[in-house]
Design a binder for this molecule. Sequence first.
Ligand SMILES: Nc1ncnc2c1ncn2[C@@H]1O[C@H](COP(=O)(O)OP(=O)(O)OP(=O)(O)O)[C@@H](O)[C@H]1O
Ligand SMILES: [Mg+2]
Length: 341
Amino acid sequence: MKFDKIRTFIKSLSILPKASSKEINAKNFYGKDDSDIPGYTSDHIIFCDGLVKIYKSKDTEVVALQGLELEIKKGEMMAIIGNSGSGKSTLMNLIGGLDSPSAGTLIVDGKNLLRMKKPELLRYKKEKVGFVWQNNARNLIPYLPAIHNVEIPMILAGRKDAKKRAAELLEIMGLKERMNNRLSQLSGGEQQRVAIAIAMANNPKILLADEPTGAVDTATATIIYNIFRKLNKEYGITIIIVTHDRAVAKNVDRVVTIVDGRTGSEYIRKNSYKEQIMELDRMSGVEESETHEEMIVVDRQGRPKIPEEYLELAKIPNNSKVRLKMKDDTIVIYSRDKDDE
Ligand SMILES: Nc1ncnc2c1ncn2[C@@H]1O[C@H](COP(=O)(O)OP(=O)(O)OP(=O)(O)O)[C@@H](O)[C@H]1O
Ligand SMILES: [Mg+2]
């Protein structure tokens, strides 16, 4: 089938959510305002509090997220790292509206996803978030040229300038010369860049990338991270990268760890991205510890998340009582067995 026929066919499908124009124009289409939630501010693009996801089947129950807390500011480029099974993809699917939370608060761009109805959620998925997966075959059609692959989501959204914008996006991805090649004629790394163009097609505010460099070599991964950085800096898109590769820290400003469905320590970049580039130019490789500083998160109830190794060194068993002492403006935590000095 020629692409013109495919285009006509797609246009004839009534895929858009059935909402009246009055509903679509309504200010609060995505649900009520959540500005009254403690800790939440208008600077947050994502705000999770006590987020729980339980997968239930006939005889098993998996608690994939166990009261997760996470705050992401507008325009951040950050990463979430964690071992296999820690709940990273679960969190991405919830933020992307592909799955629904079991309990808690999940506010994205001012609206609580737990309160969204189906048509609102459909529109949310289409307008607010773009997805990039490790396995890009999930949103690509191999026998169509790259440019048509990028056009499709825009045609679905009813955009008139689909072809022009698809070409522009592929140019940003460095694929100007390859845009008329079929997907099957492109390398894995080039296909991944087409997948990023697709994710960007409908101007999302947030780009969710789940193991985006898991199937490419280091040089291609660098190209992909540079594209992410460009999209983040030039278009202000919030980018969240999920991976179990700790080396991702070199490419983002903040890394949040996730362990058994809960967030743990955070690593914040010590120097600016510009300084980092200069540093990278000088050295062949930079250790994570040289660029990022580990931060212990004090949660909204005032609980610090103290790493296991610190507790072991201080001989403080888990689930025990400790003593606190103020020394000037410093808080000292010590075992109750230790004599008060
Ligand atoms: N649809 C599902 N039904 C049942 N259990 C699920 C489902 N999806 C995920 N899980 C379980 O939830 C937990 C978290 O899975 P998740 O896919 O979020 O992990 P992950 O951190 O992305 O791991 P990986 O690095 O391997 O991709 C795992 O124990 C997994 O088996
Ligand atoms: Mg995963």
